[in-house]
Design a binder for this molecule. Structure first.
Ligand SMILES: NC(=O)c1ccc[n+]([C@@H]2O[C@H](COP(=O)([O-])OP(=O)(O)OC[C@H]3O[C@@H](n4cnc5c(N)ncnc54)[C@H](O)[C@@H]3O)[C@@H](O)[C@H]2O)c1
Length: 378
């Protein structure tokens, strides 16, 4: 029996190709693992009406970790139109399987390191090394949404909230409501995870990102909980910033920041911004981490226009595998994988289209796999 069982969920679009290239690297590392395959994504939705089938949920309950590629997601009506005819009009509603996976398994930490590797022609500035902690289970992604808005909800909002008055006059199908739900527990634990990471890794500062001056109830709660947590870490400097301002400050002075922590939506946005500063989505790696399970995935989506063309950069997924190795405690393998990736980037001979080259997805995977013995000093 292998030491690890790692669910292998390529998904669709470029997810399939970047995962194939990553597997070449993991195999070359000789990780003692088996990789049971799991169905997820657009095909499952179209054919079965469920983008995250129960058999995949069952699989996730029986593994040490999961590697996930990418999936295509579409708005509700567009998704319904692509169901097989027998499932259309049956009341099935599309929900992103990755959001469901995060909620079902309480994968509350979304960890997104954004490190610029020397020699990457796409680096915004050399030496950027940011880490984003994004809350992963609540906020505007809680899935509590109404379109059209039911009359009972409109009546309740009218009775309870003065600012709702201009909307109360509208017919239910003229607007939509998505609920931003943030709990004290959810806010506390993501901020604590960010501070604990900063302490463990000798990071100098944690920045709390919010919009508490306008979104006073939910972001106000997030900020208050964050301030309480900060008191438990007197050795770590911290500050806070509005999400709009941080977009500007990160670009202007990226070296003033270190670890950033934010509610779900803002965390999603700033992690793409940070990924772009270190080379774009082809370099953005991430882990969805809970107490019992962790699902590792590149930050990018299925990039349909590149799907099946062997164009996508697999480095994001390969660095995602490095995060998984760290999480499993395979520190030596993680370091070798990162060193091999850094060496290929620095050498500049193998570059995918986004880096200005014409190498294929698999050529990049093989180049990194071939550098592993060098990275180990063999
Ligand atoms: N976790 C996920 O699986 C996830 C995340 C984001 C978006 N999505 C879905 O993916 C689909 C496409 O979304 P999108 O186009 O907004 O975002 P995307 O991340 O798929 O791609 C945006 C663009 O970034 C570039 N890019 C992305 N990954 C790259 C890579 N590995 N190498 C080189 N270039 C890369 C491409 O130019 C691409 O067109 C949508 O259906 C969306 O809902 C899924």
């Amino acid at each position: 029996m292998s030491k690890y069982r790692i669910a292998w969920l390529p998904g669709d679009g470029i997810g399939v190709e970047v995962m194939d290239a990553t597997r070449v690297v993991l195999d070359a590392l000789e990780l003692d693992a088996e990789y049971p395959f799991g169905d997820i994504g657009w095909d499952c939705w179209c054919k079965e009406g469920d983008a995250l089938p129960q058999r995949t949920i069952d699989l996730l309950g029986k593994v040490d970790a999961a590697m996930f590629g990418a999936i295509t997601s579409k708005p509700v009506k567009a998704a319904e139109a692509e169901l097989v005819p027998s499932l259309r009009g049956t009341g099935l509603v599309y929900r992103s399987p990755i959001v469901r996976m995060r909620q079902l398994f309480d994968l509350y930490v979304c960890l997104r390191p954004c490190k610029g590797y020397a020699g990457n022609p796409l680096n915004y500035k050399e030496g950027i090394d940011l880490v984003v902690f994004r809350e992963n289970t609540e906020d505007l992604y809680s899935g509590v949404e109404f379109a059209p808005v039911p009359a009972e909800l409109a009546a309740t909002l009218q009775a309870l909230s003065k600012p709702f008055a201009p909307f109360a006059k509208l017919p239910g199908d003229a607007y939509a409501v998505s609920c931003k739900i943030n709990t004290k527990k959810g806010s506390e634990r993501i901020v604590r995870a960010a501070f604990e990471f900063a302490k463990k890794h000798g990071r100098k500062k944690v920045t709390i990102v919010h919009k508490a001056n306008v979104v006073r109830a939910t972001d106000g709660l997030f900020l208050e909980e964050a301030k309480k947590v900060a008191k438990d870490f007197p050795e770590i400097a911290w500050d806070d910033a509005n999400v709009d301002a941080i977009g500007m400050w990160l670009l202007k002075n990226p070296f003033n920041y270190d670890v950033l922590v934010a509610p779900n939506l803002y965390g999603d946005v700033i992690s793409d911004l940070c990924a772009q500063m270190v080379g774009g989505l082809g370099f953005g790696c991430s882990g969805n981490i809970g107490e019992k399970l962790a699902v590792f995935e590149p930050t990018h989506g299925s990039a349909p226009k590149h799907a099946g063309k062997q164009k996508a950069n697999p480095i994001a997924t390969i660095l995602t595998a490095k995060m998984m190795l760290d999480w499993l405690g395979e520190k030596d393998k993680a370091q070798r994988l990162e060193a091999a990736t850094a060496a290929v980037i620095a050498e500049g001979k193998v570059r995918t289209y986004d880096m200005g080259g014409s190498s294929t997805t698999m050529e990049m995977g093989r180049a990194i796999a071939e550098k592993l013995p060098v990275a180990a000093g063999r």
